[in-house]
Design a protein around this ligand. Structure first.
Ligand SMILES: Cc1cc2nc3c(=O)[nH]c(=O)nc-3n(C[C@H](O)[C@H](O)[C@H](O)COP(=O)(O)OP(=O)(O)OC[C@H]3O[C@@H](n4cnc5c(N)ncnc54)[C@H](O)[C@@H]3O)c2cc1C
Length: 394
């Protein structure tokens, strides 16, 4: 990384080292010390305020990079990472600069067998401990007792499943707006949810090719001509722009068994506005996909159009309709300072007892490290099984 910085902006090498030091300091507090701590009370927030000020969390991601480096390309390279968790680097707190150090220190990992193998590992763990998993069972309502405690979930086919505690890893905005009746909500009212800022969405195209592209790396970013303006279109103005910045994923570079011998597997994604853009994705998806294909053909996968053997799309509409994400946002609430930690929907619901939230929409936020940290927080705040058993028999 240092050699690359020296190659493209030799004068910024010292500034890059300083940026990395700042990133490490944020990481030590923001991830190691606080990443798996619950933020139940506003005093939890007050406790960390001095650290936030010392680490300049009031700055935006881009502003912290600008403090240390001057080269425009380097500023992009050091700041786009907040997009990985749904944050616009021009609007999101510089706390997300911690990703730079985290990646340098621990590397970027990929589970052999794909993310599915990671899911299968968790299923094995749960079933090995005597837990049962039911798929294709949509929760329609979280039921609440007279004492304001979650007591069961009602599935969309009418079946009722009694529970000592209810844990939702569905999008937090969706959980509150659609699964918990309004009379049980005081903080996360429909009005407040509507007013909150949702993260951007994604256009994702999965495809497979007959033929392998050995010179294409596992991860490639193909930046468009605009940066700040393009992000402004997606996040603030909710405009689907004609230009785009793309991330191309080629997992078969690391794990060739994810495709038949001689074939490659890919996905390419483009950050796009959530459904407030008013885009008719049924009509727009195919022309947008073609434009993406054209750009890839020009820059990275020369003439691959004829080699495509399988293709599947995921649009903001799918994020909403298939994955129950409010407004089709891909990363839940936008992780700006006023929607983080205590300001985010709490892991221990502030609305009803015995309801817990995990996943991207609660604290600490999106991305697998964040989501797994939310599970660790749940472990800290959920009552011990003995307490629950005693309560059930009382
Ligand atoms: C294209 C893409 C690439 C990504 N790449 C990375 C990456 O490389 N590294 C990384 O760390 N993060 C990555 N992320 C982010 C990461 O995948 C998410 O932050 C994470 O999966 C969120 O986990 P979750 O449990 O909150 O929600 P999800 O994984 O979305 O799971 C929620 C589940 O709840 C189900 N559900 C919703 N409503 C109901 C209901 N009413 N009843 C029953 N079930 C319901 C949904 O169908 C869904 O299966 C990526 C995200 C996307 C979209």
């Amino acid at each position: 990384m240092r050699a690359e910085v020296a190659r493209i902006a030799a004068g910024d090498l010292e500034g890059y080292e300083k940026f990395l030091k700042a990133s490490e300091a944020i990481y030590r507090v923001g991830f190691e010390a606080l990443g798996d701590e619950p933020f139940d009370a506003c005093t939890d927030m007050a406790r960390v305020l001095p650290d936030l000020v010392r680490l300049e969390a009031y700055r935006k991601v881009y502003s912290l990079a600008c403090k240390h480096v001057t080269d425009a390309r380097l500023r992009v390279v050091l700041t786009f990472q907040s997009l990985l968790v749904g944050g616009n680097p021009f609007a999101t707190t510089s706390v997300y600069c911690l990703i730079a150090f985290l990646e340098r220190q621990w590397g970027v990992h990929f589970p052999i067998g794909g993310t599915g193998s990671f899911v299968r590992g968790l299923v094995k763990l749960i079933e090995g401990q005597g837990g049962a998993i039911r798929c294709s069972a949509k929760v329609a309502q979280i039921c609440v007792t007279d004492r304001n405690a979650a007591s069961s979930v009602r599935l969309s086919d009418g079946e009722n499943l009694a529970a000592d505690v209810v844990v939702s890893n569905c999008d937090s905005a969706w959980t509150y707006k659609h699964l918990l009746a309004p009379e049980h909500r005081h903080r996360w009212t429909d009005k407040r949810i509507e007013r909150s800022r949702s993260s951007m969405s994604l256009f994702v195209w999965y495809f497979g090719t007959d033929g392998r592209y050995e010179d294409v790396a596992h991860h490639s970013n193909l930046l468009g001509p605009r940066y700040r303006e393009l992000l402004g279109d997606s996040f603030a103005r909710k405009l689907l722009a004609e230009d785009f910045s793309l991330y191309l994923h080629r997992p078969t570079a690391t794990d060739p068994l994810l495709a038949p011998a001689g074939y490659d597997a890919f996905y390419v994604l483009s950050p796009v506005p959530h459904l407030d853009s008013g885009t008719d994705w049924e009509r727009t998806a195919e022309p947008y996909r073609l434009a993406v294909q054209q750009r890839l053909e020009e820059k990275l996968l020369l003439g691959f159009g004829n080699a495509i053997v399988t293709s599947r799309l995921l649009t903001p509409q799918d994020f909403q309709d298939r994955l129950s994400s409010f407004k089709g946002a891909a990363f839940g609430l936008e992780p700006v300072l006023t929607q983080r930690a205590w300001f985010r929907p709490h892991n221990r619901s502030e609305e009803v007892d015995r309801l817990y939230l995990v996943g991207a929409g609660t604290h600490p936020g999106a991305g697998l490290p964040g989501v797994l940290s939310s599970a660790r927080i749940f472990d800290k705040v959920v009552p011990h099984a003995d307490v629950l058993i005693r309560a059930r028999s009382a």
